[in-house]
Design a protein around this ligand. Structure first.
Ligand code: G1P
Ligand code: ZN
Length: 543
């Protein structure tokens, strides 16, 4: 088939953020917008010649259109093969697994994660490398560089591929393999966990509600939880992926998964509630009457992972993103293994996982995962919880309380201030930065600052340095406040304020979270002058 070389010119703003390039869907639909970014990616990886790529997405509006464009461009760039999920569906962790399983050279994941979908909402493209993980910063910088000097892209003139039919066809000399999105992932989960024990748990009357939020985990949840593990039909709700996620916000947290939260706090609550996000990499865990913060969930999973077959020999280390609470560090200390603190974004875990330095990683933003893939994995976290519950034969709240009794509790909450004017958000950060050299020893809202610094990460594997990764202020008595600007927002700036207060060993672990964080919060507002500079201290979302 004839390769077409189409002329184009650079389009501004194609800079990948925390997790790929995210823009309004209509921006992606503009002529040549997607094509430019995809060609820049091929150019940045040294071309597509003879390579194999995995392609799939979370099913949001424009997913299959984008996939058809990418398939043709892969053929135009000389790729040998493309592996694509049936109907264009692949959860992010399943895509990561397929890249590794098939030893592909990389993959394109189409998703804006937990951001709403639809023609007036968000779309995104992320390139993952041969290890199955998000492109590291060095590569995303090259992609951006290529977008600024692009002059043409390569494609072929061909019909669309029938994405509904499983099987392999040839497309412009390139093989296109349409695969079942669930089956390889299901096999992987079965190899990690004691499915027999979890099956026995459900057979014993254990109850669950898994909210797929009309997003990609519907088919994965229904097959694995209901068909394979025997959870009763109806355990998975909102299980059909919709292009607009039912007009919802597919972000598994107490705000956006309110229906599930309400159920879990009611008398009719099942034994466990869980939810996953648009592309299936995030998770929320709720016990009957108890919400488990992602930071606590990471620590609890790490402390109990040895109860699942895949982790029976123990963990090599635990990594968390800097704004995530210190709860998992306490587990690492007790287990006598290394704890790593990385910048926000899963891409920073890749090197540590590849080098075998860590087995489990997590972020406060509802992301947990392990060395089984190179992405966070929502359903994996849910299955590990189920495996632990099946072995310990205790309730979620008993396990959580036992954890706090052993390690103390890290009270934790994140405040998001959305659509802040970008210049004001930058002013606030700059003003705060300017104060840092003077802060230690000063007292705010009764709390004395011990250290204040801007987080910079030295990757212990490849020696790369990532600067400007968040402003952190630590207080005497185990409190901490962190300020960062989001790298995934699509409108103005989103300021994130992360608050944390350690109870101390044998401290009070039964306080209300917001009450326990009151002093740290007041001190953070005072030090940052938020009210004066961005004009607000009322967050849009508290998680
Ligand atoms: C957010 C989360 C971060 C996560 C990312 C992708 O990024 O905070 O932990 O890795 O989404 O899911 P942010 O918008 O804060 O840059
Ligand atoms: Zn996601």
């Amino acid at each position: 088939m004839k390769i077409e070389i189409v002329e184009t010119a650079p389009i501004e703003g194609q800079m990948p953020g925390t997790s790929g390039l995210r823009k309004k869907t209509r921006v992606f639909m503009e002529p040549k917008y997607l094509e430019n970014f995809i060609q820049a990616t091929f150019d940045a990886i040294g071309g597509g010649e003879g390579k194999t790529f995995v392609v799939g997405g979370d099913g949001r509006y424009f997913n299959t259109d984008a996939i058809q464009v990418i398939i043709k461009m892969a053929a135009g760039n000389g790729a040998a093969a493309v592996i694509v999920g049936q109907n264009g569906i692949l959860s992010t962790p399943a895509a990561s697994h397929l890249i590794r399983l098939n030893k592909a050279d990389g993959g394109f994941i189409l998703s804006a994660s937990h951001n709403p979908g639809g023609i007036d909402e968000d779309f995104g493209v992320k390139y993952n490398a041969a290890n199955g993980g998000p492109a590291p910063e060095g590569l995303t910088a090259k992609v951006f560089e290529a977008t600024t000097s692009i002059s043409h892209y390569k494609t072929i003139a061909a019909d669309n591929v029938d994405l509904s039919r499983i099987g392999t066809t040839s497309h412009g000399g390139m093989s296109v393999q349409v695969v079942d999105p669930v089956s390889d992932y299901q096999n992987l989960m079965e190899s990690l966990f004691d499915f027999g024990a979890i099956r026995a748990l459900f057979a014993d009357g254990f109850t669950m509600r898994f909210d797929a939020m009309h997003a990609v985990t519907g088919p994965y949840g229904s097959t694995i939880l209901e068909d394979i593990l025997g959870a009763p039909a109806g355990t998975v709700t909102n299980g059909i992926p919709l292009e607009d996620f039912g007009k919802g916000h597919p972000d598994p947290n107490p705000i956006w998964a309110k229906e599930l939260m309400d159920l879990m706090m009611s008398d009719d609550a099942p034994d466990i509630g869980a939810a996953s996000d648009g592309d299936g990499d995030r998770n929320m865990i709720v016990g009957r009457g108890v919400y488990v913060t992602p930071s606590d969930s990471l620590a609890i999973l790490a402390a109990n992972a040895h109860l699942a077959p895949a982790y029976a020999d123990g963990l090599s280390g635990i990594a968390r993103s800097m704004p995530t609470s210190a709860a998992s560090d306490r587990v690492a200390a007790k287990l006598g293994i290394d704890a790593y603190e990385t910048p926000t974004g899963w891409k920073f875990f890749g090197n540590l996982l590849d080098a075998g330095k860590v087995t489990i990683c997590g972020e406060e933003s509802a992301g947990t995962g392990s060395s089984h893939v190179r992405e966070k994995d929502g359903l994996w976290a849910v299955l590990l919880w189920l495996n632990i519950l099946a072995v310990r034969k205790q309730s979620v709240s008993e396990i959580v309380e036992d954890h706090w009794k052993t390690y103390g509790r890290d009270y934790y909450s994140r405040y998001d201030f959305e659509a802040v004017a970008t210049d004001k958000a930058n002013d606030m950060m700059q003003n705060l930065r300017g104060k840092f050299s003077q802060l230690a020893g000063q007292t705010f809202a009764g709390l004395t600052v011990t250290t204040a610094d801007e987080f910079s990460y030295l990757d212990p594997v490849d020696g790369s340095v990532s600067d400007n990764q968040g402003l952190r202020i630590a207080f005497e008595g185990g409190g901490r406040a962190v300020f960062r600007l989001s790298g995934t927002g699509t409108q103005g700036a989103t300021v994130r304020l992360y608050l944390e207060q350690y109870s101390g060993l044998n401290g009070d672990t039964n306080q209300d979270t917001q009450a326990a964080l009151q002093s740290v919060r007041s001190a953070a507002f005072e030090i940052s002058d938020m009210k004066a500079i961005i004009g607000r201290i009322e967050p849009d979302v508290i998680t």
